[in-house]
Design a protein around this ligand. Structure first.
Ligand SMILES: *Cc1c(COP(=O)(O)O)cnc(C)c1O
Length: 497
């Protein structure tokens, strides 16, 4: 049976999975959601014996029903290959009483790789299925992480080109180096003289420019988005929760049907929503613990039922979670409102105009799967240090926020269920903050590359290739432009003048 996708705002007719992936955002500004969440149709016992790729097929086939078996298996095989530094793709580490699900073994050593390594293949397959002959141009504004993961995913994928804009003086030296050394004939990286908001607004303006759109169509191009609201990013993220459960079953850590809690360091609410979908599919997941840093909008929301973004934006050592509008929360709101598009619109309009909204008591009752905890900067750093000293395991700052949330959850509830903590970045990606947490005095005078060697020594782990390559990789992208030259830069790259 074909699974269709509808908009959370009710203003668009249902589309197929491939059309939803190509469109990204629904025409009415809403997010696409599946008309119903499918149930797993293989047993947990069967899943226990499967590889990551096989598990991915069993999960994704249920959501992407207009992809043929051959198409989907090909996408999966192309995505989850030697780009990952372990055959397990998403290995589990048992540390200090919890299972850390390491989602950082891909090309850019953060969890965005889990979805962005397959999105390009899903998108080009979707284009073929819908008889789209145009070349697909991915436009992205980035504050650091998403841009690199999207570049790595789309590099040299036939039928696509990717242009990434980043704030020239607004990303870390390592992040900039990661981007400007990007290989691939179809990639372009541009530093803009402005901040992240300027980059994002510039990209939005290009997306909305009807004249440019027409010219590009005539030249055989169309734009698309690799943004985290794309259903083609959400569905691949469900896979690793199913896989984690199955591997714990296989190794005898869990018995069949035993409840497993999940803790997720959260920003845009995509990763934890995927865990929620896994639960809806029938995976025996218990609580979904949403972990926040000092930007604790979601913590407050789960405690009070009120979402309020009117607060200072705090820069933390877990920057990928520094976010005050969690876009993917809209999908959860729609569901707990009984799929009432009118209610969803009302709340989203309030968020736009007032920056806040409150859900009804009836909606709150349906949030019982979730709970929220947050960690301060001090608690996060102390957690990294303590776990390192007790076990030798070094975790990154985002994962440490989740580890703190887990500790607080257990203290408060005494829930003793086994727990998976989503580990979203390699400590090598946030080396400075991680090493400062372990011993600030000792490491403060060292350069980033010196710190990387120190981290390797103290954690007894190899420096990931993604980081090693940076030392010698030639800079391939040197374009810098003013904010008002972004459109011109796009035209030049595509040779449309
Ligand atoms: C993007 C990101 C997150 C937040 O994930 P969401 O799906 O946006 O909630 C957490 N940690 C890291 C390292 C990330 O890159």
């Amino acid at each position: 049976m074909e699974l269709k996708y509808k908009s959370t705002r009710g203003g668009q007719t249902e589309v197929t999975a491939s059309q939803a992936i190509l469109q990204g955002l629904a025409g009415d500004g809403g997010l696409f959601v599946p008309a119903q969440i499918p149930r797993l149709d293989v047993s947990l016992k069967e899943l226990a014996g499967m590889s990551y790729q096989e598990t991915a097929y069993e999960v994704m086939k249920l959501f992407l029903t207009d992809f043929t078996e051959e198409e989907l298996k090909r996408c999966i095989a192309c995505a989850y290959d030697e780009k990952f530094d372990t055959e397990a793709i998403a290995p589990l580490a048992k540390v200090d009483g919890a299972y850390y699900l390491e989602l950082f073994h891909g090309a850019t050593i953060a969890f965005k790789d889990m979805a962005l390594s397959i999105l390009p293949y899903l998108m080009t397959t979707a284009a073929r299925k819908n008889q789209i002959k145009n070349e697909i141009i991915i436009l992205t504004a980035t504050s650091g992480d998403t841009g690199k993961a999207a570049l790595a995913g789309f590099a040299d994928v036939p039928g696509t080109r990717i242009i990434v804009f980043y704030p020239k003086d607004g990303v870390s030296p390592i992040q900039e180096r990661q981007m400007v050394t990007q290989k691939g004939e179809n990639t372009m990286v541009v530093g803009i003289r402005g901040n992240f908001d300027d980059a994002q607004n510039g990209v939005k303006a290009i997306f909305g420019d009807q004249e440019l759109k027409k010219e590009l169509l005539e030249a055989g191009f169309q734009f698309s988005s690799a943004n985290s609201i794309n259903i083609g990013r959400l569905v691949p993220q469900i896979v690793y929760y199913v896989y984690a459960y199955a591997k714990l079953l296989e190794s005898g850590e869990l018995t069949e049907g035993e409840t497993l809690n999940v803790v997720v360091p959260t920003g845009n609410f995509g990763n934890i929503l995927a865990a929620y979908y896994a639960k809806q599919m029938g995976l025996p997941v218990g609580k979904l613990v949403c972990a926040s840093n000092d930007n604790k909008v979601l913590y407050d929301f789960f405690r009070t039922g009120e979402y309020d973004r009117n607060r200072p934006f705090i820069l933390t050592t877990s920057p990928s979670m520094d976010i005050l509008i969690s876009s993917n929360l809209e999908r959860l709101l729609y569901r707990i409102a009984g799929e009432d598009a009118g209610k969803d619109m009302e709340l989203m309009n309030l968020l736009g105009t007032e920056g806040r909204y409150e859900i009804t008591p009836g909606m709150r009752e349906q949030l019982s799967d979730f709970c929220g905890y947050y960690a301060s900067e001090k608690e996060t750093a102390a957690k990294i240090k303590k776990v390192y000293e007790n076990t030798g395991y070094v975790m990154d700052t985002h994962t440490a926020v989740a580890a703190c949330a887990y500790e607080k959850y257990v203290d408060e509830t005494k829930d003793s269920a086994k727990t998976v903590i989503a580990s979203t970045a390699s400590p090598y990606k946030f080396t400075r903050s991680v090493m400062d947490a372990i011993d600030e005095k000792r490491y403060s005078g060292m350069t980033d590359f010196e710190l990387i060697d120190e981290l390797s020594a103290i954690s007894n782990t190899d420096v990931p290739n993604a980081v090693k390559e940076l030392r010698t990789a030639p800079v391939r992208h040197k374009t810098v432009c003013e904010v008002n030259e972004m459109k011109k830069t796009v035209r030049e790259f595509l040779d449309v003048r």
